[in-house]
Design a binder for this molecule. Structure first.
Ligand code: BG6
Length: 499
């Protein structure tokens, strides 16, 4: 039984139910599966079904027959005024459904509520004995944001761990549910051609871009208290970083992989002095502009945003990793809203050949690159030099590419689908462990602190629809500049679509 707290919220209708429905269609769900939505809205089972599934705009109407079938497994329980209340009634409802549907006392509690409620919910569940595993297993999935900084993340961990064991807690980071993020592990550890080069001897620098074309939309209220660093960098992007940085694990089980990820996160060099923080971080905010003739609001004009807000919608961070493999290799990571396109990719820039025998003036920007596209146009691209036919040895860049869409069997599970299924099967590999989350905050905290209290800190502006502020490339050493990708994996900034 999946019991969703905060079930009348957006996430349930937009991601959780569609994810579960796809699992149902694909026959991945156990036969006796039921969902119980829990929240403070006064809804009946029928109202809830109508809202999240029968009249959902997130499901394909062609599946109507299946939708109706699946709707029968969905129920609702009103908690009343507050989440911090006595759960006796809820416990009875869970017990009834458990008996009726023979769910064997196996429960997942999914907390899709503000984090301030996590501890209270965990406590109230524990008061009813709903955390004990004498009969059936009990798991707790918690949504981000997991803490506001290191201190609150630690308190949150401690708070929940009073009632649930760490092995029962699943901290969701939906980027880990993305097929292409998992493929980072496979690319590195199932091939012998990349791993020998995966170190400071061959890699010049690593670049990660996460761009979104949308602004903050209706989430201004939440976002203004968060900002890009907390919203995307501390969790999703540092998870990607950990998969790039980590050492090969002994095996593919959850603990081995997570042990290596924690080690990787702990090896990020924490920036503490103002000079480094000043030189290695850029924060910026989008400003109004016109895109395709449409007026686009600036961040400060968005609903729920303070008109004098200094919250960043763009964050770019340069950092180093203090270990044997990565010594002196700069990592450049940026995330932003209102960029020209929605794209996430990792670019591994290899060093130029130690000795250049071809006297080609443009060689410096023809380094080998491995581009791992997380989304969209998912795939992998290797850029390498080829000879231009004709006299002499002129070198040009060529592409060697792989696209996921070219696989004949491409039933790529959506992130939530995959993660929910993993939690049902007790596989925590793709969930963040307490120490991982804390290690990520440990790195992020001093940056947040500097941005808040530092003396010479700037928030730059960039027009909505541009690749960040004018000084964005200053972060990159030498003649470097960001690779500004398009929606197609093989194109970069020299390419644009006019119509
Ligand atoms: C969420 C952030 O975690 O991830 C959002 O809170 C962001 O601000 C979203 O838009 C991006 O996810 P995706 O899967 O669309 O890249």
């Amino acid at each position: 039984m999946l019991i969703i707290f905060g079930a009348s919220g957006d996430l349930t209708a937009r991601k959780l139910i569609p994810g579960l429905f796809n699992l149902f269609k694909g026959n991945h769900l156990p036969e006796n599966f039921v969902v119980l939505g829990v929240s403070r809205s006064d809804l009946s089972d029928a109202d809830f079904r109508k809202k999240v599934i029968l009249e959902s705009k997130f499901l394909n109407k062609e599946d109507q027959q299946k939708i109706e079938q699946f709707a029968n497994a969905i129920f609702y329980q009103d908690l009343g005024e507050t989440y911090d209340t006595n759960y006796t009634q809820l416990n009875h409802r869970i017990g009834d459904l458990n008996r009726k549907f023979k769910t064997a006392n196996n429960y997942i509690f999914y907390l899709s509520t503000p984090p301030s409620l996590f501890e209270a919910i965990a406590k109230n569940l524990s008061d009813q004995g709903l955390n004990t595993e004498t009969e059936g297993w009990k798991r707790l999935i918690v949504e981000k944001p997991f803490g506001y900084d290191l201190k609150t993340a630690k308190l949150l961990n401690k708070g929940i761990q009073q009632y649930f064991k760490e092995t029962q807690i699943y901290r969701i980071d939906h980027y880990l549910g993305k097929e292409t993020v998992q493929n980072l592990l496979v690319t590195r550890f199932a091939n012998s051609i990349f791993e020998p080069l995966w170190n400071r001897n061959y890699i010049d620098h690593v670049e990660i871009t996460n761009a979104e074309s949308e602004g903050v939309g209706s989430r201004g209220g939440y976002y203004d208290g968060s900002g890009a660093l907390r919203d995307m960098f501390q969790n999703h992007l540092l998870q990607i970083v950990s998969l790039i940085v980590m050492e090969p694990p002994i095996g593919a089980n959850a603990e081995e992989i997570r042990n290596e990820k924690v080690k990787a996160l702990r090896s990020l060099r924490i920036m503490r002095d103002a000079k480094t923080l000043h030189e290695h971080t850029i924060r910026a905010q989008y400003m109004s502009s016109q895109i395709d003739g449409a007026e686009i609001k600036g961040y400060r004009e968005e609903d729920g945003v303070d008109p004098n807000s200094t919250t960043e919608t763009y964050a770019a961070i340069k950092f180093f990793v203090d270990n044997w493999r990565w010594k002196d290799v700069p990592f450049y990571v940026r995330t932003a809203k209102r960029m020209p396109t929605k794209v996430t990719e990792v670019v591994i820039h290899f060093k130029s050949p130690h000795h250049q025998i071809f006297q080609d003036s443009g060689m410096f920007n023809k380094d080998n690159k491995l581009i791992i596209r997380i989304q969209p146009d998912e795939g992998i691209l290797v850029k390498f030099g080829v000879k231009v036919p004709g006299q002499g040895f002129k070198v040009e860049r060529a592409n060697l590419d792989f696209y996921y869409s070219s696989l004949s069997e491409t039933n790529v599970m959506q992130a939530y689908e995959r993660l929910l299924l993993d939690a049902m099967q007790g596989d925590a590999t793709l969930y963040a462990r307490a120490d991982e989350v804390e290690a990520a905050w440990e790195f992020v905290d001093p940056i947040l602190d500097y941005w808040k209290n530092g003396k010479d800190v700037r928030v730059y502006g960039y027009s909505a629809g541009m690749w960040g502020p004018k000084n964005a490339d200053d972060l990159i050493d030498g003649f470097g500049m960001w690779r500004n990708p398009t929606e197609n994996l093989a194109d970069a900034q020299e390419f644009c679509v006019i119509c």
